[in-house]
Design a binder for this molecule. Structure first.
Ligand SMILES: N[C@@H]1[C@@H](O)[C@H](O)[C@@H](COP(=O)(O)O)O[C@@H]1O
Length: 260
């Protein structure tokens, strides 16, 4: 696992957007797994700016969703499908045909989950999966004690996660209790995992993810099992890392051409 400490959220967004641009220059139809929440927005803004400036051609990119609420009406502005279309697919100038996600409104949720895992595999697998992190260490919607081998499935949100996400809804009551999420085993199949965490509120989860044991109680710690996982954190989110200086030295000594 590589840990990169950046000054702030915008610097993290720029670094990761450049990594995605590099990937698209090598593989124009790369499958990009995207996360929702506030944290990745600077990535999408920086990538959109690069596309508009002609620095990278994203017209062949394919976008895959990480997770979804169950039971929101189709077209609800806070369904993750709507969010990803609004924040990623449309700004990049892509059509809905370039986008895939699990069906949170399916009658048979389990079948929809299995179909999504199959669709990801048939699409050739995710090249780069962006991740945020919940205050409880969740990735996607894999709450604490999710199996590290889990596949895409239905999960129940913790009270904490529902409270954290209530800011996107009119009230806490409107936040769904159930979600579909790529499993941790599914996420680990992506070729490159890039987790961005910013702000003091994520510092404890980041410390446990990076320096704690691999444990289902901290789902993001599963990144330690992946051969190419990059954790990008701002100074605030890095504030509880004991090895922060080592991570800074390691990154500073890295040749420019190597990227993350
Ligand atoms: N399912 C999403 C996660 O993918 C995201 O990482 C997390 C943190 O969101 P934020 O970046 O807004 O803190 O929120 C939700 O739970």
């Amino acid at each position: 696992m590589e840990v990169v400490i950046v000054q702030d959220a915008d610097a993290g967004g720029e670094l990761i957007a450049e990594t995605i641009a590099d990937l698209l220059r090598r593989k124009r139809d790369a499958l990009l797994g995207v996360a929702t929440g506030s944290t990745p927005l600077p990535i999408y803004q920086a990538l959109t700016a690069k596309v508009r400036a002609g620095e990278v051609d994203a017209s062949g990119a394919r976008i895959a969703q990480l997770d979804e609420y169950v039971g929101l009406p189709a077209g609800h502005p806070e369904s993750y499908r709507s969010v990803v279309l609004r924040e990623v697919v449309e700004p990049l100038g892509l059509g809905e045909g370039a986008f895939m996600g699990p069906d949170g409104a399916a009658e048979d949720v389990q079948a929809a989950c299995e179909a999504y895992d199959r669709a990801l595999a048939e699409a050739g697998g995710v090249d780069l999966q962006l991740l945020g992190i919940g205050t409880d260490g969740h990735i996607g919607f894999n709450e604490p004690c999710s199996s590290l081998a889990s596949r895409t499935r239905i999960k129940t949100l913790t009270r904490q996660t529902r409270q954290d996400n209530a800011r996107f809804f009119d009230s806490l009551d409107e936040v769904p209790h159930h979600v579909i999420t790529q499993g941790i085993g599914t996420i680990l199949e992506a070729r490159h995992l890039v987790l961005l965490a910013t702000g003091e509120g994520k510092a404890e989860a980041v410390a446990q993810t990076v320096e704690g044991p691999v444990a289902a109680v901290v789902p993001a710690s599963a990144l330690q099992l992946h051969p190419h996982a990059t954790v990008v954190v701002d100074e605030a989110a890095a504030s509880k890392l004991k090895l922060a200086d080592y991570f800074r030295d390691t990154y500073a000594a890295k040749p420019d051409w190597q990227g993350i």
